[in-house]
Design a protein around this ligand. Structure first.
Ligand code: NAI
Length: 487
């Protein structure tokens, strides 16, 4: 039953934290995380880890050099391991068949080929990356087609449900661990071995075992459901803005229904991150390939609504600033896709910033954890601009919120960092151009207090706010008038 050595291919947001927690909870297992990027591995072995995740530093400090190792020696780690996690990236394809929708499995394939080349003895290979349904079959085909004598493989699916920003807590107190495998004695034995690893800290009743395809699909389904909730509440935020209803009040009323529940009902500028969009696009593509166009269209709408929300918010900023932001200085507060991470993949801040830059704005950007080089890379990437030099001249990256807001016309809050709630907004207001605007894309600020100071405040899912009185949208007023005429 015993697993002595684990190798994890891919030292990213999933491989790093997951294996750190396994090493913490299973001190007798030697865990080696490998990556082809020497830079990433050097960072994992340094004082400044390559990713920011609350609690991660402590776990790594406790285990690194004891039973947790980060290495570029992929061959030795694969040879020695009883169990190998594949935690490489599975981005959306950017070319060829399925471009813009299908998951690009080239990294998974290359990991499988490395295992096939290097493995000796019996190996359990575990898909931790999020993959299309039946990807395990392709991995197995590669492994079996290149099998050397004396080597045997079992493939398991063990998708990761951690959320960035709360990864360590999610891993330690997982709602569930999902393991899918082959319905054969060998498959069941492999499942039991992986269960044994998790049972070091997760209760057996929270470890679910299924067939491989259910496990693969469950990960896509879970992300689709989560993103769908955000798009659902965001769609209603547009109705609120047009009617005078308040999305926070609606969300509260809806969420108190125990069948619905209150979590993940916060309207915002839109969801981001490396997973939701990519995984739903992948699901859409799978449905199309399976000749299920209605199902594909249903899930596509979740993505379309998110695009609409980001565009709607950006348009609202421009419209409120007298329909022109050319040469206006605008502060972007927060650049990460959510709080407590430095990850900017698919961050709504990129969409908002790019739209404002296209309109000629000068941006003053501050994020507590995103590296300036990352912000620069995101905003000058060929996919978002044809004029990187112009963009460079139009952005200033600041190391605190006070300098970032000094002398600007407006603040656009894109990430819900806790520190933004407790800023001294009177001090900020005093330093800004007047009228001073705040666009709260995350609904975290005290809007009444800001209006008392003198700010013009706009947010998601509420009519234009004005201190001391509610505001009726003109289209609603017209509608009501027309109704009165009819009756
Ligand atoms: P990442 O991009 O942060 O890390 C992937 C790492 O794999 C990179 O460091 C890359 O250099 C390495 N890599 C790629 N091919 C390799 C190879 N052949 N040999 C050695 N190293 C190789 O990706 P992230 O965010 O960790 O995601 C990994 C997978 O986990 C993806 O499928 C993702 O969808 C899934 N996932 C991600 C979550 C997240 O919050 N980021 C949550 C749950 C699942």
């Amino acid at each position: 039953m015993v697993i002595n050595k684990i190798c994890c291919i891919g030292a990213g947001y999933v491989g790093g934290p997951t294996c750190s927690v396994i090493a913490l909870k299973c001190p007798k297992i030697r865990v080696t995380v490998v990556d082809k990027s020497t830079e990433r591995i050097a960072q994992w072995n340094s004082e400044k880890l390559p990713i920011y995740e609350p609690g991660l530093d402590d776990v790594v400090k406790e285990c690194r050099g004891r039973n947790l190792f980060f290495s570029t020696d992929i061959e030795t780690a694969i040879k020695e391991a009883d169990l190998i996690f594949i935690s490489v990236n599975t981005p959306t394809k950017t070319f060829g068949n399925g471009k813009g929708r299908a998951a690009d499995l080239k990294y998974v394939e290359s990991a499988a080929r490395m295992i096939a080349d290097m493995a000796t003895g019996d190996k359990i290979v575990v898909e931790k990356s999020t993959v299309p349904v039946r990807a395990a079959e392709s991995i197995l085909n590669i492994l079996r087609a290149n099998k050397k004598p004396g080597v045997s493989y079992q493939i398991l699916s063990n998708p990761e449900f951690l959320a960035e920003g709360t990864a360590i807590d999610d891993l330690i107190n997982a709602d569930r661990v999902l393991i899918g495998g082959e319905d054969s004695p060998e498959g069941q034995a492999a499942i039991e071995k992986l269960c044994w690893v998790y049972e070091h800290w997760i209760s057996r009743r929270n470890i679910i075992t299924t067939n491989t395809w259910s496990s693969e699909l469950s990960k896509l389904a879970a992300n689709a459901f989560l993103a769908q909730r955000i798009s659902s509440i965001n769609s209603l935020s547009a109705v609120c803005e047009a009617t005078g209803a308040d999305i926070s009040e609606v969300a509260r009323a809806v969420g108190l229904d125990s069948r619905i529940g209150p979590k993940f009902l916060q309207a915002s500028v839109g969801f981001g991150g490396s997973c939701f969009q990519k995984d739903i696009l992948n699901l859409v593509y799978i449905c199309e390939c399976l000749n299920l166009p209605e199902v594909a269209a249903y899930w596509q709408q979740v993505i379309d609504m998110n695009e609409y929300q980001k565009s709607r918010f950006s348009a609202k900023v421009i419209e409120s600033l007298f329909n022109t932001v050319t040469d206006k200085k605008i502060t972007i507060l927060g650049f990460a896709f959510k709080k407590n991470t430095g990850d900017t993949r698919e961050s709504p801040a990129i969409h908002v910033s790019t739209t404002l830059l296209d309109e000629g704005a000068k941006l003053h950007i501050y994020d507590p954890k995103v590296e300036p080089s990352q912000i620069l890379e995101d905003l000058t990437h060929p996919s978002v601009t044809e004029e990187p030099e112009k963009v460079k001249k139009s952005i200033e990256i600041h190391s605190d919120a006070y300098t970032a807001t000094k002398g600007t016309h407006a603040i656009v809050l894109c990430t819900e960092w806790d520190e933004f709630v407790t800023l001294d907004y009177q001090r900020i207001y005093n330093g800004m151009m007047k009228p001073a605007y705040i666009f709260d894309g995350r609904k975290i600020l005290d809007h009444e207090a800001l209006m008392k100071i003198g700010f013009q405040v706009q947010t998601i899912g509420a009519g234009r706010l004005s201190y001391g009185r509610s505001w009726l949208h003109p289209s609603l007023a017209t509608l009501l008038l027309q109704c009165n005429k009819v009756h």
